[in-house]
Structures are given as C-alpha cells and as structure tokens.
Write a protein that binds this ligand. Structure first.
Ligand SMILES: NC(=O)c1ccc[n+]([C@@H]2O[C@H](COP(=O)([O-])OP(=O)(O)OC[C@H]3O[C@@H](n4cnc5c(N)ncnc54)[C@H](OP(=O)(O)O)[C@@H]3O)[C@@H](O)[C@H]2O)c1
Length: 235
C-alpha cells in the first residue's frame, strides 16, 4: 500500500486531497496544526491505517519529520494567506507568510528526501495568483511564485530518482480561507464565478481530483509542470 503525507489536511483542500488519496488506496499521514478533532475525523474517514501528526510549521518541523514512515507521495498544501497591498504588509507578516508558505515546504522536502521512495511524487499546492497580477495579495502571491520555482528546479534535481515534482494551482475555492468574504455572500460568489471560464467557483474536490491524477502512475511522464486548476480563471 502506498503512503502519502498531506500537510494541512485537517480541513479545506488538504482534507479533500487526503480523502481522495485514501479513496485511491493510500494510507495517509494527516498533518495538522491546531484542530485535533478535525484531523481525527479525517483519519477515521480515510481508514487504511492513516494517522494524524500535529506540528505547527515551520517551527515544529522536527516533530513531523520524526513521525514520517517511508513515503510515496508528499503534498505540500498547508499555507496561510495575507490579504494586504504592499502599503499594509508589515515585516512581521511578510516573514510569517514566507515562513509558512516557503520555508516550511522547502525544509520539509529537504528532511523528507531520505524517506521519500524512488519513483515517488511531490505535489506543491500553489495558486492561480502567480499567473496574474493580484496587488491585494502581493506577498502571498510572491510566496507561491517561490513555490513554483521550487517545483521546476526540484523536478530536474530529483528526476534521476524517478521522483516527479509538480505544481497544482487552484483559483478561488470555497474553503475556510475565503469564508469571511465568500460564504453566504451571493454577490461575491457571482463575481468570482464570472472570472472562471466554467462560470462557478471551485470546490475542494475539484483540486483533490487533479492531485489524485498527478500522484498516480498515470502521471508518470509529467514533471516540473504548473497545472492550472482554476476552472479557467482570467484566461
Ligand atoms: N482556498 C482558495 O481559494 C485557494 C486558492 C488558491 C490556492 N490555495 C492554496 O490551497 C492550499 C489550501 O488552502 P485552503 O483554502 O484549504 O486553506 P485553509 O482552509 O485555510 O486550510 C489551511 C490548512 O493549512 C494548515 N496550516 C496553516 N498554517 C499552518 C502552519 N503554520 N503550520 C501547519 N499547518 C498550517 C491548517 O491547519 P489548521 O487547521 O490546524 O490551522 C489547515 O489544515 C493552500 O496552499 C492555499 O494557499 C487556496
């Protein structure tokens, strides 16, 4: 049985990815930061010997690495947003968003490489925000731009081991991250839906299905790719 680590798997897109990979037959390491009950519910639904690991990233990376079994798939999903234009970004907020969104996946991969099997998969969850200019999230977009470069560069570096490295880039998805301005706000939802060629906002399962493909044997010839999962937003 294959084993996948999904960071930030207690809710949102990470939760959907964890459950999708479990449905694909994998055991899942359900990483989370705060909500043990939510993580336990994902573990129960995933089954197959899945288990949860708590670690705030990047500060508690050691705890996560220590708990890792040999891995077939590593999904860097955990991240935070920073909805602020350049004028309002403090040095502290800048450092925090880079620590969680860039430093954590960088050193998680570095530390997990010894347990990641040859022929394995790394999937980085970026954002459609790196394909467009989004001034209101400038620092956040920059973190995802760094992650995109991480993907392409790692793909070349790890190809000799048969490990593929790809980016999956969601657009606006209905998760807690957007709940404050999107959920129950029909006007905001309609505005976001209008940006997509397919005329709706995204749902976590839309993203999880793409990750499922990238993590599978069917994607063996895809590496270093930036896979658009925005429903054709801003085309
Ligand atoms: N939602 C969107 O519209 C959208 C669009 C483009 C890209 N994305 C990307 O998709 C991914 C998932 O987004 P989402 O909307 O599902 O996010 P979410 O609902 O806010 O969930 C974030 C997850 O990351 C974990 N996390 C956050 N900070 C952490 C930290 N410091 N250490 C460890 N874990 C931490 C959270 O754990 P706790 O629950 O324990 O706090 C949670 O499980 C992110 O990479 C995000 O940038 C999302």
């Amino acid at each position: 049985m294959k084993t996948a680590l999904v960071t930030g798997a207690s809710r949102g897109i990470g939760r959907a990815i964890a459950l999708r990979l479990a449905a694909d037959g994998m055991r899942v390491v359900v990483h989370y930061a705060r909500d043990a009950d939510a993580a336990a519910a994902v573990v129960e639904e995933a089954g197959r010997g899945s288990f949860a690991v708590r670690a705030s990233l990047p500060s508690e990376l050691d705890a996560l690495v220590a708990a890792l079994p040999p891995l077939d798939v590593l999904v860097n999903n955990a991240a935070i947003g920073l909805p602020a234009p350049i004028e309002d970004v403090t040095p502290e907020a800048f450092d925090e968003v880079f620590a969680v969104n860039v430093r954590a996946p960088f050193f998680l991969v570095q530390r997990a490489l010894p347990v990641l099997k040859d022929g394995g998969r790394i999937v980085n969850i970026s954002s459609g925000a790196t394909r467009i200019a989004m001034p209101v999230g400038i620092a956040y977009s920059m973190t995802k731009g760094a992650l995109d470069t991480f993907t392409r560069t790692l793909a070349l570096h790890l190809g000799a081991r048969g490990i593929t490295v790809n980016t999956v880039a969601p657009g606006v998805v209905d998760t807690d991250a957007n709940a404050s301005w999107l959920r129950g706000n029909a006007e905001a939802e309609a505005a976001m839906a209008a940006r997509s060629a397919l005329g709706r906002i995204g749902y976590a399962g839309d993203i999880a299905d793409v990750v499922s493909f990238v993590a599978s044997e069917r994607a063996r010839w895809v590496t270093g790719a930036w896979i658009d999962a925005t429903g054709g937003a801003h085309l």
